[in-house]
Design a protein around this ligand. Structure first.
Ligand code: FE2
Length: 241
């Protein structure tokens, strides 16, 4: 699904698998890049989505992960094995992904899955910049809180300021995964000091939120209103009686 020139959404609840967080494909001049990459459960559907857009998955050069959770980077090892791309992640979430921590990656506690361990090829740091070509540039913003190594991606898409927020906006809070309220509040301050034309977050449908500054300010105001939204793991079903 095309969001803007050279930027596509290829994963998410309505696009690939119920377990997948939203993932985005950037068409650079030297190849393709993913911002998050969904779960192994959604892997085949995500590949199908990329092919339906007339792109070749073999051209994927790198996966940039917003953080080390199953729904965001669980499929990274499959992309690496099949297409030889690299995984880029913030230092503070590297260990849980390389060691397949069943709790910190949320794989077992939320999804009842084993996290497929994956070597991280490049550590992301706050302020890193990437030039994709085709008028698209990206800045990495370290935004800890949901997890210690959570980052957001601030994209400049030919003058359109687009934020890929991962779970830093509307993500779940749990001390089991290293969530930290004080760091998270600082991260939301950091985001709301900047201007964005549009933004998206991990658990959104196939959408870009167009009034980004107002909605990010609202997310900051409402932070901790639903302090523990993980009422149940995804692997369980609600009982209504
Ligand atoms: Fe998460």
């Amino acid at each position: 699904m095309k969001l803007m020139p050279h930027v596509y959404q290829v994963a998410g609840v309505s696009l690939s698998h119920a377990y997948d967080a939203a993932a985005y494909l950037i068409e650079g001049t030297e190849g393709l890049y993913l911002l998050d990459c969904g779960t192994p459960d959604g892997f085949e559907a995500i590949i199908g989505n990329i092919q339906k857009l007339q792109f070749a998955p073999e051209d994927i050069r790198a996966v940039y992960g917003t953080h080390g959770h199953y729904d965001h980077v669980g499929a990274a090892v499959l992309f690496k094995q099949k297409y030889g791309c690299s995984l880029c992640l913030h230092e503070e979430d590297v260990r849980q992904v390389e060691e397949a921590d069943p709790v910190k990656t949320t794989a077992e506690i939320l999804y009842g899955r084993a996290f497929p361990p994956c070597q991280v090829d490049r550590r992301l740091a706050d302020g890193d910049t990437v030039e994709f070509g085709n008028g698209i540039a990206m800045e990495v913003l370290h935004t800890p809180g949901h997890t210690p190594g959570s980052v957001c991606f601030a994209l400049d898409c030919a003058g359109y300021a687009f934020l890929v927020a991962g779970d830093t906006v509307w993500g779940g809070f749990s001390r089991q995964i290293g969530s930290d309220e004080a760091r998270w509040r600082e991260s939301l301050e950091k985001l709301t000091r900047r201007h964005f034309d549009g933004y998206t977050f991990g658990h959104i449908g196939a959408n870009v939120v167009a009034d980004a500054d107002a909605r990010l300010a609202e997310a900051k105001r409402q932070f901790a209103t639903y302090y523990n939204p993980w009422f149940k793991p995804m692997k369980e079903t609600f009982r209504y009686n």
